[in-house]
Design a protein around this ligand. Sequence first.
Ligand code: GTP
Ligand code: MG
Length: 449
Amino acid sequence: MSTDSHNSNSVSDAQYQEAIAAVEKTLADLRGCPDAEKQRLQDDIAQLHSMHEKISSGRVEVVIFGEISTGKSALVNALIGRDVADVDVQGGWTKQVWGTAWEGAGHRIKGLDSSEVVIVDTPGINEVGGADRAELADVTARRADLILFVTDSDLNDTEYAALVELAAVQKPIICVFNKQDLYQPQEREQLTQMIKQRLDGLIPANHFALTTADPREVEYVIEQPDGSTKSEWRKPDPDVGELKSLILEILEKEGLGLIALNAAMYASDKSDRVAALRVEMRNREADQVIWTMAATKAVVVAANPIPILDIIGGLAVDAAMLATLSKVYGLSFSMSQARGLAKSISAAGGVYALGELATSAGASFFKLITGTLGTALTLIPQGAAVGFGSYIIGKAAKKYFEQGGSWGNGSAKSVVKDILANTDKDSVVSHLKDEIRQKLDWNRHGERS
Ligand SMILES: Nc1nc2c(ncn2[C@@H]2O[C@H](COP(=O)(O)OP(=O)(O)OP(=O)(O)O)[C@@H](O)[C@H]2O)c(=O)[nH]1
Ligand SMILES: [Mg+2]
């Protein structure tokens, strides 16, 4: 690969197109989700739409972070050149994340006429409380192309911790040491050294700028025509020139690549998140199906007065369970496919040995000889044992569906073995017994009165 600048620009162009494609693909995946998942993911969908719009138009976002009252909002005003942000002596003034177009930046990404730079102001990092703050900062930082971290002193532990978190997001960061008007040269030099030492290894040494965003008024002594003097308090102009040059230098050098890399990372983060959430949702839904069906079957077996239905009805419940499970995983098994799978799991996994049909047949036989007098008390353990068999079949089928309808590297046998080894049988059986006791109509059987 050539290293001349023209060529590296075209590499960025390709990256840029790829990034747009990555965002579009993630969006398309999301559109393909079942409605329930889409509902849960609606924020992510909206954020991705906005990222798509951002990268297509070539919008660069410069996000300002820092502790309260370090002068973040003042810095927005100083960079933009007019008062767009509320600045206040009272800490915790800015309550929301918000952005303004920086028209005077004069930066355009080549070939993108609509490209603009937006400066985003945020609440102080120690302002919005706890988890919300972390979430807000994280969401904002993930969108950012360039981060300005503002401090007005020596980078305390809270600031350092926040910087470490931000650095993990893998965006360029500039550390801004603001309120220079408050320091004497020697003090400024000392603090600068301290800050740079703390930044070592975290951000590049040259990503550092001194600013005075909103200087305190100073006393000007004015000589009058008559030779007398009068004093006047005036606010000097802000000084953010060094920072502005540094921002533009970074954007000039990396602009397109920066927004491309950013969007691609964003899309990949989102698709990981979507995948994880989908797994979690499916998992929960599948477990619920397995549990309800196993309990239903336990109750059916324990309550069923006609012996043969235990076996026929039993298989029907398992097949219905597996057909439902297949839908959870986006595979639509017919009842006969589901029945086949249920049979093959119980055969391959030796579920018979667990007492599935054996117990079921035994129970039927037991019921046959004891007739309606077959007491629920003796049928409860049998119902629970049968329910446990269904539970294991359900868990095995879940694994099969999770892998897209395949046993993967293992076999039905090894999967069932694994599941048995990792299942607390006593606790499942005891839950199933409770379920049976609750559901059985004791009075109908004359067991209670
Ligand atoms: N002396 C001096 N004061 C400054 C400078 N920049 C900001 N200030 C003052 O610091 C205070 C806080 O400024 P803001 O811009 O509101 O700070 P912020 O970081 O946005 O604060 P929050 O939104 O509350 O987190 C105000 O009184 C500003 O006038 C500066 O360069 N020099
Ligand atoms: Mg503010």
